[in-house]
Design a protein around this ligand. Structure first.
Ligand code: NAP
Length: 436
């Protein structure tokens, strides 16, 4: 028998579990741990609430989760309730699928001012992650600045720009919807330290900005390279840049119909956060020029007013005591998913925070090939029985997949009209909803 522990129940975790079932069938027992009592990680708390079609991939993970081969072990924090070393004693392989839940810090002066928020916290807030439910961002000013030009920056700008009615059918949590309803934001500036050719935004997500009820995108024509230069771009990136050209060509009258502006500020590197009485008041920005693909400061600076700043500049994995960590890359030090004997990583914890949800599928299958080569037919380790005994000794309150289904039923029953669910945003309510 092969005893496998997967730490993290997001896309990387469940694709790995799926791969393990495909490879070994009944000859393996796979436990998927999560520190939250609810599964699916980034699908639940990262993917934007108005992107329900992406969230629907959870149905695929459910197929893997139901049955005896794979078990969800929720409400157990690896590193606190049980150590990696203890898991390593019990299971033949421990696969860390813990993602990259920590914001990369913006290394500039003043970044600790109030209402300067990292995207992990901001996204967690509107998605009801228990850690960030009480974030309380202030949307009472006119100017928001979003730093970074990736898809997370687009998610944040779009959520800030939408009207309450545009959230129909989404599972945005009520505390966020209530705050967004009262928002006074008139401009959302997306700051990119490089140019239009270097954006990290994908065309489908960028194109959504053309269909917002009260907001329109704005690009300065002068920032766009000559159109012939787009020929060197790969097709997806060329589509994105073509959309930026479309934004630049929008007629000025659009401003009357759609009063909220989402302005793209290229060649703009944030240098300092300016504050007033501890709260953010602006961003000092230096104009850049691109040399060999890198942003280089020109010495020209200007100040952007800002009442809210959301940094969307990438994420890092949380280190776990005793597990080798690559500080520069912000992920576990690994060789094709191998960290050390019996210890592996997969997904963002392995390769860093890039790619779509689907990128984790081949990653999951690849790590199971590596584990298979290492552990052969498995061992007579204690596996899940051993964990259950330890959980009893430590009085851990383990949440099972059946428990999660009860929690989910309660969330569905509590949904606003037209919404798929109303998420519980604190752990005690999740546990209570499980019942006896
Ligand atoms: P990302 O795509 O890596 O973008 C990060 C952005 O931050 C880049 O524009 C980068 O600029 C900028 N940046 C980094 N450090 C900076 C600094 N010190 N100052 C100013 N700007 C800085 O990361 P992400 O947006 O967090 O997305 C993570 C992954 O999730 C991506 O693969 C993304 O596609 C995916 N995702 C997908 C969806 C979707 O498909 N709907 C939604 C959300 C996220 P440089 O390029 O100059 O470094």
């Amino acid at each position: 028998m092969r005893h496998i522990a997967i730490v993290g129940s997001g896309p990387a975790g469940y694709y790995t579990a799926e791969a393990a079932v495909k490879k070994w069938g009944e000859d393996a027992r796979i436990d998927v741990f999560d520190k939250l009592p609810v599964p699916f990680g980034l699908i639940r708390t990262g993917v934007a609430p108005d992107h329900q079609s992406i969230k629907a991939v959870a149905r695929r993970y459910e197929k893997t989760a139901i049955g005896d081969t794979v078990r969800f072990v929720g409400n157990v924090a690896v590193g606190e309730d049980i150590t990696i070393a203890e898991l390593g004693e019990l299971y033949d392989a421990v696969v860390l699928a813990t993602g990259a839940p920590v914001d990369r810090a913006l290394p500039i002066a003043g970044a600790e001012a109030d209402n300067v928020i990292g995207s992990a916290a901001f996204v967690g807030w509107y998605n009801g992650h228990p850690e960030f439910a009480a974030l309380g961002p202030q949307l009472s000013g006119k100017h928001a600045v979003v730093i970074g030009m990736g898809n997370v920056a687009l998610d944040v700008a779009r959520i800030l720009a939408k009207t309450a009615s545009e959230f129909a059918g989404s599972d945005i949590v009520t505390h966020a919807l209530d705050t967004l309803r009262t928002s006074s934001i008139e401009t959302i500036t997306i700051l990119g330290r490089r140019g239009p050719h270097q954006i990290m935004m994908t065309p489908k997500e960028l194109g959504e900005l053309l269909h917002l009820e009260r907001a329109r995108p704005r690009v300065d024509e002068a920032d766009l390279p000559p159109v012939d230069d787009d020929a060197v771009l790969e097709p997806g990136q060329r589509k994105s840049v073509t959309l930026l050209r479309e934004f630049a060509a929008l007629p000025a009258e659009a401003a009357e119909e759609k009063p909220l502006t989402i302005a793209f500020d290229f060649y703009a590197s944030p240098q300092a956060i300016l504050s007033d009485d501890g709260k953010v008041a602006g961003v000092e920005v230096e104009r850049t020029t691109i040399e060999a693909g890198r942003a280089v400061g020109t010495g020209e600076t200007y100040r952007l007013p800002a009442d809210l700043v959301v940094t969307c500049i990438g994420y890092q994995t949380s280190p776990i005591p005793g597990v080798p960590f690559d500080e520069r890359a912000g992920r576990f030090a690994n060789d094709e998913g191998r960290i050390g004997p019996g210890l592996y990583c997969v997904g963002w914890a392995k390769r860093g925070p890039s790619g779509t949800i689907g990128t984790n599928r081949p990653d999951g299958y690849a790590v199971i090939d590596v584990v298979d080569a290492d552990i052969g037919a498995g061992s007579d380790r204690a596996g899940r029985d051993g964990f259950d005994q330890l959980a009893r000794e430590r009085e851990l309150d383990v949440v099972t997949f059946r428990d999660w289904q009860k929690i989910e039923e309660a969330e569905i029953a509590a949904a606003r009209a037209g919404a798929p669910r109303e998420k519980f945003v604190d752990i005690a309510s999740m546990i209570a909803a499980r019942g006896e």
